[in-house]
Design a protein. Sequence first.
Lengths: 91, 291
Amino acid sequence: MAVRVKIPTILRTHVGGSPEVQGEGGTVRDLLQDLERRYPGITGRILTDEGRLHRFVNLYVNDEDVRYLGSLETQVIEGDTVSILPAVAGG
Amino acid sequence: MTGFGGFTEEQVLRYSRHIILPKIGAAGQRKLLEARVLCVGAGGLGSPVAMYLAAAGVGTLGIVDFDKVDLTNLQRQLLHDTDDVGRPKVDSAAERLNGINPDVNVVKHDTVLSSDNAFDILGQYDVVVDGSDNFPVRYLVNDATQMLGKPLVYGSIFQFDGQASVFMPGQETPCYRCLFPEPPPPGTVPSCAEGGVFGVLPGIIGSIQAVEAIKLITGVGAPLVGRLLLFDALEMDFTTVKLRWDPDCPVCGKHPTVTELIDYDRFCGLAPGEVPLEAEHGVSTSTSAEA
């Protein structure tokens, strides 16, 4: 099932500069594994070594933070949009 | 010289487009003239924030920044002119703001914002607008506004992407720590000096912050509370996502564990006196910053 994944500028070097990519998977975790297979290194900016979400990166399924859904086990379906939001501090 | 409703004749003309505007009106303009707003940082975000708030007639506008104007700032920091390079930013900012509107009392805080002075400085204002450029100051300003019970208008930028939100204290609504409970480790987020920043980007996000500050002061509209606005300049995409209050938040949660200001450099993994990599202009909590 194809899910749209919006890539923030800071991570676009991992995906050849694309603002969004398509990913496959039934859960957020599957989706990230699919991204990692195709874009090695990208999940290092999203997940800890233990495989948990970094506390300075948020993932949204549509407009909802996955921390308030099922975290990495949150289900995604075709047509969903997953947004990756890293903390940035520039001003 | 008296005009109408306690305004001078000049004020009636200067603010006429607000005074005739439904929802703002004379009452809203009066609130603006009586408002006290602090801009943390006189850089990319602080420039449009302060300039629009000055033009709108915000009565007292505080600027906290200890940095000096650098040639690399001028691509986006509209408060400062080429001739201002080397001058304290608060000085060039005050001149620009009073040039726009001499009604405005600009208060210059040419100092390092720290856990020692944050309550004294922020406590003088009704609304705080965060235009800082590094994580220690962002957590400091968040925690201090929550503890003081002041609304905080948040904005942050990197390269072509921006974020904005409004954090209200004491209403079971989210704060910056609910958004990002912990800062990224030092060195993992490139600075604008390293990664670059699209010059107009802070103009967009800072203008949104100015909108939210004016809405808070006048009480009109729906503030950007519990929502996070995301802007992608390259794709020209505005998205709003939900920002939820975390009942376990150490600052704004049900049982706060951080009840006084802490050492924010240490919280962000920095050694004492170390300048955050992302800091590019002068509102670092550290004692020196590269411009």
